[in-house]
Design a protein. Structure first.
Length: 124
């Protein structure tokens, strides 16, 4: 991955994002700063990719690569080959394309992503 050069001092709030995407039980808030698109992903209790985001992207599994940091909640990710991992608050994560995921317990899951935000949960 080539190095990114930041040329301007810039700040944007996820509370006033450049773009909002709202599939069922899903909030994706997107900002672009320093030429990079970042996302705040918020998934409500009971959220499951295959029951929510799948309804707008129409693929069998999530085809985005993810790189981010979890700030709240617990998310289980299962790759198409059956491999599973649980992501908790305070964890950094990398998830390859080809997976399903779901929120564990009754706590909202929040993750900030530096990869996939430009395309995640966009209608097909």
């Amino acid at each position: 991955m080539p190095a990114v050069t930041v040329k301007d001092l810039e700040s944007k709030s996820f509370n006033e994002p450049d773009e909002k995407r709202r599939p069922p039980m899903t909030q994706v808030d997107v900002v672009t700063v320093g030429g990079t698109t970042l996302g705040r992903f918020t998934f409500e209790p009971g959220w499951r990719w295959s029951e929510t985001v799948k309804t707008v992207v129409h693929t069998d599994s999530c085809q985005n690569n993810h790189l981010g940091f979890c700030t709240a909640g617990t998310l289980t990710v299962q790759l198409d080959d059956g491999t599973r991992m649980t992501i908790n608050a305070g964890d950094a994560y990398a998830i390859p394309a080809g997976h399903d995921a779901w929120v564990e317990n009754n706590e909202t899951w929040v993750g900030y992503e530096v990869m996939s935000a430009a395309e995640y949960a966009k209608p097909a």
